[in-house]
Structure formats: structure tokens, C-alpha cells
Design a protein around this ligand. Sequence first.
Ligand SMILES: C[S@@+](CC[C@H](N)C(=O)[O-])C[C@H]1O[C@@H](n2cnc3c(N)ncnc32)[C@H](O)[C@@H]1O
Length: 403
Amino acid sequence: MDEVQAQYEAFPYPERDPADEADRLIEGSPSDPAEIDHYIYGGQRDWSQPFRVLFAGGGTGDGLIMLASKFQAKGHPVEIVYLDLSEASLEIAKARAEARGIDFISFHRDSLLNATDYGAFDYIDCCGVLHHLEDPLVGLRALASALKPDGGLGAMVYAPLGRRGVYALQTAFQTLLSGRPVSEQLKPARAVLEHLNTAHPFLANPNVSDHKVSDAGFVDLLLHSQDKPFQVEELFELADAADMRLVSLIEARLYDPAIYLPSDKDIRQRAAKLSTSQQAALAENLNGNMKTHIFYLAHKANDMKLPSASSLKLVPRLRGVSAAALAKQVAKEGRLKVTLGGMGMTLPVSNASSNLIAQCDGKSLSEIATALRLSMLDFIKAWTPVHNALTGVNLLRYSNGFD
Ligand SMILES: C[S@@+](CC[C@H](N)C(=O)[O-])C[C@H]1O[C@@H](n2cnc3c(N)ncnc32)[C@H](O)[C@@H]1O
């Protein structure tokens, strides 16, 4: 058994109790079905058609249970394959599915490198796994070859700048403790942490807390034998080498260097002239605090476009907030304040937009225009800034089948 597998057998991560399924659903990105529709299918997928999903390194099941529960709630047809090297993680994920009466997942203890053995998939989730592979490109290529031509892949990888201090400590613990079983590394590692230089950047890093939550968290953060974070430019290169393209990062606005720049025209023009990947790299360096990158990939040959504000048959969906509540906030303040990755920002959404937002209750854009008695042209003019502001922070997605 290799070291990574041994770690996740001994310490399934994240730590989850199947009994908690009765009380809450853990939601997030990637792999929320409305998000998949938006980023992979231009918001236009017909969800009455069968959908095959692979969870590659499904772990204890957070993304798996979120996606499966949402299909269960809507009754849309789906078949899910779960793969993980860790039997202990698999058992937890399986128990969580059973607790919810979900019976359309097949569980396999296997490597994602064998993904093609399980057939072709419409969507692949690979959250928090690529950075733990011996060769992430070999892993991504294996997943790409199991993905249908019009399918998509949602992933998360660690990013170094927001994890300052983590990698220095991982290296130090490997120097001191490698060769021991991971369960025997915990106690001495905790003792070393107690004695750490108080000026060590890890202790001042507000982004890391897993080591305080559980043993599994401590191990995953500080005693991992294989953890290679990615700067965003490396992600573009990885996707390219696997013959894939990066459809979008989540949240896209964080990767726009303009939000970090003063009004100086020369500086802004210089940033605007950069390529997409260079702009994202500049944004990451100016942000300085990203601890993960969440993103969607498609095959290079798949030229599906992201939803457009003028595609009137699309159905806008707000994430995590009701149309009425968001509309009220915008009407009152004439702007929208959000916090992303610890960074506060004000979105350019005018009071007048509140009428449009209030109508986002399952109607299509053309139905909203009709309800507000707006010509299609006037509607598109008014809706475009709302679309740009809200999609950029992932508050708005388009889907005909999921909220
Ligand atoms: C950090 S956990 C993430 C779990 C889950 N995707 C999530 O987001 O909560 C990483 C998981 O990847 C699994 N893993 C690592 N290498 C793998 C491989 N080659 N094939 C399948 N699973 C793998 C580990 O066993 C572990 O459960």
C-alpha cells in the first residue's frame, strides 16, 4: 500500500459522521448541479436525459452526497460511480448515501487512473485529489479519456500563497518523522508545533485551522506525504497538456486583475493586454491569499460557450439567497457587498436592478422581460450588468433543471 493510500485508510478526510446527514447538507463548489449546467452546458442541458457522473477520489463523500441529494430531490435520472483508494473513506461515503436513501451510486475501491474501466462520463468531480497524485498530469489525462466529448470536469486543487507556512512545516515533519506510520507521527508533530517559532508564518495564517479540528485534519494539512499546490498559471498548463481547456475559475471575479488595481490608466492597460492565464496569474499574485483554486475543464474540442445575458430562454438561478431578499438588499443600498476568500468587494448593481432580481424565481429571461413589460432590447440592456456582476461571484447560474 502506498503512503497516500495508507494515510487515508488510517485518517479518512474530511472527517464525517453519517448520522449528521439527518441534520444538514454540505454544499459547495465544484459539482453543484446548477453550476455544472452553467459552466459545462451553457445553462441549457435537458435534465430529463440520463447523466453519468464519476467521483474520482470521492473521499468521505461531501461532493458526492451534495450532487446525489440534489438529483434525488428533483428526480432527474443519474448514475454515479464513486472511486477511491481508501476503503475506510468509501465506507463512510456509502453510509452517508444509505442514511439518505440514495441507491444510485456504485462504490469501488480503485484508483482514478483506471477511470476508463467504468465507461464514459458526462461529468467528473475531482476535488482535492490532483495535488496528491504522484503525477497530476497522468491523473488528469486518465480522467480526460473517461470524459464524453461534450462533458466537463470540476476540480479543486490547493494553492500555495494562502497556505503560507504549511509547506515549510510539511517538509520539516518529513525530515523528522518520515518512515514511521502516520499514526505515530501525530504526537511528535504536535509537540514540535507547540515549540514553533512564534514568528513562523503558519501561526499567523488565518486560512488554516484543520490541525485544530481533528487528527485527520492535522494529518491532511501537515503530515501529507504528497501535496503539491498549484499556482493558477500551472493549472492552465496542466489543462493544456491534457488537451483540455479551463472553462472558468470559481469565483471568476477573483481572477480579474482589474479588481486589485488603482485607477491608473497605464497600469490597467498593461494588465488588460495580458493573456487570460497571465491575467489570472497576476490576480493570484495581487490577491496573495488564495488557498485553493476551484475550476471547470472541458475538452479543447468542445467549444460550448458560457451563458450569455442575451440568451433569453435561459433560466437564472440565485445561489444561497432568495430573489426577494437579494432584491430588497440591492433596492435599499444601491449596491451589493460580498466577501470572497476573505476579500470584501462592492459589486456595481444599481437600485433599478432590484426589480429584475426580484423576478429570478424560476422564470426564464424572456418571461422576466414580459413580466416587467420591457422590450427584449431594453431588458438585455438592463440585465447585462446584473448578469456580469452576479455570475462573476457565482451568485447567479443558469439552469433549466436545478435551483
Ligand atoms: C483530500 S481527500 C478529498 C476527498 C473528496 N474528494 C472531498 O473533496 O472531500 C483526497 C482523496 O483522494 C483519494 N485518492 C488519492 N489518490 C487517489 C487515486 N489515485 N485514486 C483514487 N483516489 C485517490 C484519497 O484516498 C482521498 O480519499
